[in-house]
Ligand binder design. Structure first.
Ligand SMILES: NC(=O)c1ccc[n+]([C@@H]2O[C@H](COP(=O)([O-])OP(=O)(O)OC[C@H]3O[C@@H](n4cnc5c(N)ncnc54)[C@H](OP(=O)(O)O)[C@@H]3O)[C@@H](O)[C@H]2O)c1
Length: 302
């Protein structure tokens, strides 16, 4: 298929474009320099001229503190630009898939959230992403919005899982927040499912909001780090399990905007019904650890 990917240089976008190339799709992936998403005319023109059968939007202002400092950019990039993409897709007939986040959900109570759970963003980032969901569906009701969470597994754009492993391998102290949970999700799994939903006739007919995340039990950053570190010990990359200090969300003064405590999502029943499986969170973290260690090994061999 002819595929247009926005945000192809990001943590998820890199994996989506790489997976699409490997699968033999023809890809157009404009960079930030090629197309600043603040310029909605340029965004629309690009979609209209692209000839793309599927447009996937992995671009966002994804840093919570950047959104806090610059709410106008958060609004423009996370809501207005995706709506312009959706509207242009309505004109061309292209399939439009937009990424959203578990941070749109009401995260005040523990427990996994279903696709019909209440939305109540706790920060500017979540507000802008929720606005994006609503604007995209208004512009193009047939669009698909995939809510994802705690993306890891791209060694070139390390998440907290890879950063913890890097610190432990360097012999530095490691610590993680233990009273906040979500579903860690491998970017490779996200890419696999997005490409199916963009190319398969049955997958292309799915619209609305789906939750695209690992299955199994919710994990805190602390439990994610522990699973990764234990696996690194099993694989012989670490001589023994380092002490992993437990932190509390309320003490995390390095965060300037609020983090919701409990946003773990249930994997979408509609995706499962299409036969699209996701690993459980523990398997996801073990695979991500293996990939990171393999990438480190290649780096040091060069
Ligand atoms: N990371 C997570 O754990 C997580 C969790 C839940 C949901 N999500 C959602 O998943 C999606 C992908 O997240 P990610 O972590 O992969 O994102 P990311 O690594 O932050 O990448 C964002 C991408 O957007 C591009 N971008 C930002 N501002 C732009 C602008 N003004 N014009 C053009 N391009 C611009 C960036 O390009 P430059 O780098 O060149 O600026 C980059 O390619 C987003 O929708 C995010 O909200 C992420």
């Amino acid at each position: 298929m002819n595929l247009l990917v926005f945000g192809g240089t990001g943590r998820t976008g890199q994996v989506v474009t790489q997976s699409a190339r490997t699968a033999g799709h023809t890809i157009l992936a404009p960079t930030h320099a090629d197309c600043n998403l603040r310029d909605t005319d340029r965004v629309s023109d690009l979609v209209l001229a692209s000839g793309a059968e599927t447009v996937i939007n992995c671009a966002a202002v994804s840093s919570l503190e950047t959104c806090l400092d610059d709410p106008l950019s958060a609004h423009l990039i996370n809501a207005v630009a995706p709506a312009a993409m959706a509207l242009a897709c309505r004109h061309t007939g292209a399939r439009f898939i937009h990424l959203s986040t578990d941070y749109v959900l009401d995260g005040r109570r523990p427990g996994k959230k279903s696709e019909s759970s209440k939305c109540k963003p706790a920060n500017i980032y979540g507000e802008s992403k929720r606005e994006g969901e609503l604007q995209v569906l208004e512009a193009l009701p047939g669009a698909l919005i995939a809510r994802v969470s705690w993306i890891c597994g791209n060694p070139r754009k390390p998440s907290f899982v890879e950063s913890t492993l890097a610190k432990a391998l360097a012999g530095q102290p490691v610590a993680a927040i233990a009273d906040k949970d979500s579903m860690p999700t491998d970017a490779a799994d996200i890419a696999r499912i997005l490409l199916h939903l963009g190319s398969d006739p049955e997958g292309r007919s799915l619209s609305g909001i789906v939750q695209l995340c690992s299955t199994g039990e919710p994990q805190s950053w602390h439990s994610c780090a522990l699973i990764a570190l234990r696996h690194a010990v099993e694989l012989g990359a670490l001589p023994s399990l380092p002490a992993l200090a437990e932190q509390k969300l309320a003490q995390a003064t390095f965060f300037r905007d609020a983090r919701p405590a409990h946003t773990a999502m249930e994997y979408s029943p509609r995706l499962a019904a299409l036969g699209l499986t996701m690993p459980d969170a523990v398997t996801c973290l073990r695979r991500v650890t293996e990939r990171y260690l393999a990438a480190k090994c290649c780096q040091s061999a060069q």
